[in-house]
Structure formats: structure tokens, C-alpha cells
Design a protein around this ligand. Structure first.
Ligand code: FEO
Length: 172
């Protein structure tokens, strides 16, 4: 059983993860329209990952006898100025998600909900990776941004990213 406060906060995070998937899908659409299929692929994979994050919250709420409530998902932006602009947005967004996860951890501690605290540790670790890969993407895109040939090389590289679905019961 989870408290009402925790249930509400977990549902809010479920919505935030779905928004993340929506945002990255919108970035994928932007890149498809910009003829950069590799960048689009990277964003599609990112969107798939976000859906697995959302489902982890969904499953955990159900497991704890809570009630999943789906709210409206905010409309994401559709246009960016450049690949650098998109990559900056990705990093900013992941930093924001990290702070949301940290707030949830604080709430779990406040409510003395150790099981939820434990569940959230996967996300604490995941956000370190999310910020790292967003930062790496931004560095690469910044370096390549002055030359169309370099952007095409990065596009080629990003086209190789594949989605790895969670393999064990913890989704790791
Ligand atoms: Fe679900 Fe990119 O954090």
C-alpha cells in the first residue's frame, strides 16, 4: 500500500515520463523533416526508453495497490533552430527529470516509504546515464556543427543506436 501523496507523485512522474517520450518523438519528427535519419533514430530510441520508464512507474503503482491515473500529456515543441539547439534542450530536459526524481526520493524519505525509496534508486542511477549521454551528444553535435560533412558523419553514427529492452525483472 502506498500513501495518497506518494500515489499522486508517482502518477505525476508517470505523466512526466510519457511527456519525455512525446518530446523525443517530436524531436525525431523534426530530424526526419530535416533529412537527418540518424539523429531521428537516436530520438526514436530515446522515446522508446522513456516509454519503458513510464511503464516501470505504471507497474510499480499497480504492484503497490495504488491507482494509475492518466492525465493529459502536454504538447511538445515542434521546431528547433539547429541540431545544437535540440541537443541543448535534451540535456536541459534530462536535468529537469533528475530534479523531479530527486524530489520524489525526498518525498519517499519524508513519508518513510522505504519500498518506494528503493524502487526509485534505479531511476537515480538511470538519470546519471541519461545526463551523461545527453552531454556526450551535445559535445559531438557542437564540434560537428560548423561543417555539413561532420554533421553527416555524426548522423551516420547516431543511426547505429539500437533500443535494448529491459532484460531482467528489475528492468536493468
Ligand atoms: Fe526517463 Fe530520460 O528519463
Amino acid at each position: 500500500m502506498i500513501s495518497e501523496r506518494i500515489e499522486k507523485a508517482l502518477n505525476r512522474q508517470l505523466n512526466a515520463e510519457l511527456y519525455s517520450a512525446y518530446l523525443y518523438l517530436s524531436m525525431a519528427a523534426y530530424y526526419e523533416a530535416s533529412d537527418l535519419p540518424g539523429f531521428a533514430n537516436w530520438m526514436r530510441v530515446q522515446a522508446q526508453e522513456e516509454l519503458t520508464h513510464a511503464m516501470k512507474f505504471f507497474d510499480y503503482i499497480v504492484q503497490r495497490d495504488g491507482r494509475v491515473t492518466l492525465e493529459m500529456i502536454e504538447k511538445p515543441p515542434e521546431e528547433w533552430e539547429s541540431p545544437v539547439d535540440v541537443s541543448k534542450h535534451v540535456l536541459e530536459h534530462e536535468r529537469k527529470v533528475t530534479s523531479l526524481i530527486n524530489d520524489l526520493v525526498d518525498l519517499a524519505l519524508e513519508e518513510k516509504d522505504h519500498a518506494t525509496y528503493n524502487f526509485l534508486q534505479w531511476f537515480v542511477a538511470e538519470q546519471v546515464e541519461e545526463e551523461e549521454s545527453a552531454g556526450e551528444l551535445l559535445r559531438k553535435v557542437k564540434l560537428a556543427s560548423e561543417s555539413p560533412a561532420s554533421i553527416l558523419m555524426v548522423d551516420n553514427e547516431l543511426g547505429g543506436r539500437v533500443f535494448n529492452p529491459p532484460t531482467d525483472e528489475k528492468g536493468e
